[in-house]
Design a protein around this ligand. Structure first.
Ligand code: CA
Length: 746
């Protein structure tokens, strides 16, 4: 009996398998030739299955005509097991085509788009869908070579449940294009996607999502952006750049994103029920309103710290009769029933200047609930707000308001709700008819269902400790046997000599445990070179330049000479750096063009007898708003007899898309610095184009001046509690900086 059933089951299973394989139109393909043939022959209802494995340099053109009832499918044999690598890409053209389950990684597109909803200018995709696909770190090595990962053309296309993770070069992650009539009034849907971490580009062109361009911004797009999860999308200050009409942004989550949803161009945008979790991270922003007839309602914003254009809520001034690419006046905006908890900056008439002089008109700010414990003055008004009506808003006691009416004052009442979200008391929410505070989408359920969403960035000191014996190149050998995050521990008072090239291509710490430092010398031009994917922490070391080659232009730390598409970090703690003086122009840190540090941090260190600069961060000379470092922190350190500038930081141009560079120099001593005849800056410290600067508790003696060149972007520059002895003090191109308790003495 049992045997009989088994046979019967086997028979049914076999029949199913056979029938499955013979299902009309279902074909498994293993080569590009088979794939192309299957696509050419595909009829409505066909299912083309790409066999599991790595498809190298696969340029796929999926062109065909399915029907609404019987689309043509191109799918992975197993979701996530079909890897498109090398120089691969995908173009889709035709109707009712559905692509799913593909992963792009380990390479980059040979063209300017990875997934394009078109074959060429005349053959577009309509009613097509891409779902459960992944593009993961699929970047060209050149940081400023621009590409777009997903470009949607045509009409009625859907991009859903995809994961786009780790775009590191210039160019929008996902762009909806409206560059011909056939792509306007498109009614696309972008939903349930996971937009994974995007590092700071340090320039314009790092948007995560853009719909339209200024050129076509008068056209309507009607794109719906719904239930997407934006996870630390930090490319630039526009996370989303809306540049066309009638788009809807609804039920999205923005998790610790440094930037804003910007209504840059286009009218009749609806921004509704989105959740912004800044969690007090720097430069996190919310919603920026520009143009006519925008609606912002029922959004929840928490812990956003960004200011100016990156505020939690920003209403801009416009340009009278604005050209397409500038700023239209805000007309008849409705900003209603939003909840803002501990958001630091609400900016009205932002950007007001001679050009942007058209104030918002017909605008309503009503029924919003502001709970602000972190900043007692969250509102900044840059111009005349008489065109904004304030009604029925609620705000907590203790907040200073620049308006006479339209706000009811209540006690601050915020507590974590069942979902772990800081929520105002329900009595307050009821007053503005805000339903439950609940995240509309969670990270784990966004994006491609099979693909991990964890962080891959490795920090310092997260790996194992490796003891390194003193000697020649033992340090390099130890590094070669280390893994990302490991710590190379040296023996105090002993010598470590480098006679070979030392390229660092993963994060590593090199340190001596407490006590006297180990001594490091190098016979090469550079001690350490940070390559792409590398990062370096130096702690308690004695770095001696006396054995370096007798040529000009040496350095202790340098970057790759080539473009780096991964940002790096350099930490220097409790180190003594001496005698970088075998010849002229011996720098401590020398960087190359198109490299970018997230952070350069010097703490508790001394530098003595240096013929070049300590931090030479000045290689983006083309004045395009590009720069070499986001955060420079120098604290508790002494610089003595440094012939070049101690810090030279340069960001040229008039771009307003970035947050940095940001500088903090606190409790440092500069003695005889910047006086070398080769020092073209004429400065002991020079900051050109910084956006945020704090100099505090520093002393200069017999040194060249602190030179500031402050450009656009309303930089915040503060110098205080500092002393200049036999030093010219501060030299600046304008007076856009503030000083407090600065003394000049002989
Ligand atoms: Ca931008």
């Amino acid at each position: 009996m049992i045997v009989k059933y088994c046979f019967l089951t086997l028979f049914i299973l076999t029949s199913l398998l056979v029938s499955c394989h013979r299902m009309p139109g279902r074909v498994v393909v293993r080569t590009m030739g088979e794939l192309e043939k299957a696509i050419t022959q595909a009829q409505p209802g066909a299912v083309i299955v790409m066999a599991n494995g790595t498809w190298q340099d696969a340029e796929i053109l999926f062109e065909g005509k399915g029907t609404e009832q019987q689309p043509i499918a191109l799918k992975a044999e197993q979701e996530g097991a079909v890897i498109l690598s090398g120089q691969s890409n995908l173009r889709i053209a035709g109707e009712y085509l559905h692509v799913s389950g593909l992963v792009f990684k380990n390479g980059y597109t040979p063209t300017s788009e990875v997934i394009a909803f078109r074959k060429d200018k005349t053959h577009l995709a309509n009613h097509c869908r891409v779902s459960h696909c992944v593009i993961d770190n699929y970047n060209p090595p050149e940081r400023f070579e621009s590409d777009t990962w997903v470009a949607i053309y045509g009409k009625h296309n859907t991009f859903d449940h995809n994961s786009l993770i780790g775009k590191r070069n210039r160019g929008v992650t996902l762009a909806v294009r409206l560059n011909s009539e056939k792509s306007q009034q498109n009614y696309h849907q972008v939903k349930n996607n996971y937009f994974g971490p995007r590092q700071n580009l340090g320039a314009n062109g790092g948007e995560t999502l853009r719909i339209g361009t200024s050129h076509y911004s008068l056209a309507n797009s009607h794109t719906l952006v719904e239930r997407n999860y934006f996870d630390r999308c930090n490319g630039e200050h526009e996370i989303i750049s809306n540049k066309s009409g009638n788009n809807i942004y609804r039920d999205n989550v923005f998790y610790e994103c440094r930037g804003t949803l910007t209504m840059r161009h286009g009218q009749h945008t609806l921004v509704e029920n989105n959740y912004f979790f800044g969690n007090r991270k720097p430069n996190t922003g919310g919603i920026r309103v520009i143009n006519e007839y925008q609606t912002v309602k029922n959004n929840y914003l928490y812990g956003l710290t960004g200011y100016r254009f990156r505020g939690a809520l920003v209403v801009m001034n416009g340009v009278p009769n604005s050209p397409l690419n500038r700023y239209n006046q805000v007309v008849d905006a409705k900003i209603e029933n939003n909840v803002l908890v501990d958001c630091d900056h609400i900016q009205l008439c932002a950007g007001s200047d001679e050009e942007r002089s058209a104030i918002p008109t017909g605008t309503l700010l009503a029924g919003n609930l502001f709970m602000s414990n972190t900043n007692p003055r969250p509102f900044t008004i840059y111009d005349d707000v008489s065109g904004i009506t304030f009604e029925d808003n609620i705000i907590n006691q203790g907040v200073e308001l620049p308006f006479d009416e339209g706000f009811e004052k209540v006690d601050y009442a915020v507590s974590e709700n069942d979902g772990g979200i800081p929520a105002p008391a329900s009595t307050l929410l009821d007053k503005i008819n805000f339903s439950t505070i609940q995240t509309p989408v969670i990270k784990e359920l966004s994006g491609a269902r099979y693909y991990p969403r964890e962080d891959i960035e490795v920090g310092f000191g997260t790996g194992k400790v490796i003891q390194v014996t003193p000697g020649t190149n033992t340090l390099i050998e130890a590094f070669e046997n280390s893994n990302p995050g490991d710590v190379l521990e040296l023996v105090g008072d002993e010598n470590y000599v480098l006679t070979k090239d030392f390229g660092i291509d993963h994060p590593v710490s090199i340190k001596t445990p407490a006590g006297p430092p180990a001594i490091i010398q190098s016979e090469k031009t550079d001690f350490f070179r940070i390559n792409n994917e590398g990062a370096l922490a130096l702690e308690n070391l004695y770095i001696d330049g006396s054995q370096s080659p007798g040529q000009p232009g040496n350095s202790v730390v340098t970057t790759s000479k080539y473009s780096m598409n991964r940002n790096y970090k350099l930490f220097v703690k409790n180190c003594q750096v001496v005698d970088l003086d075998v010849n002229h122009s011996f720098d401590f840190l020398k960087v190359y063009q198109h490299t970018m540090a997230d952070t350069v941090w010097i703490e508790g260190s001394t530098f003595k007898n240096v013929t070049g600069a300590i931090l030479s961060l000045d290689r983006e000379v083309e004045d395009l708003g590009i720069y070499n470092v986001e955060d420079v922190i120098v604290t508790n350190s002494t610089f003595e007899k440094v012939r070049g500038p101690v810090i030279h930081l340069y960001r040229g141009g008039t771009d307003e898309s970035t947050f940095g560079p940001i500088v903090k120099a606190v409790d440092n001593r500069f003695v005889d610095c910047g006086n070398g005849k080769r020092n073209k800056t004429g400065a002991s410290v020079k900051f050109h184009g910084v956006q945020n600067m704090l100099v505090d508790g520093c002393t200069w003696q017999n040194s060249a001046p602190l030179v500031l060149h402050l450009t656009n972007g309303e930089p915040i520059a503060i110098a205080r509690n500092s002393e200049f002895r036999q030093t010219p003090g501060i030299v600046s191109n304008n007076d856009q900086f503030t000083t407090e308790n600065i003394t000049l003495s002989k």
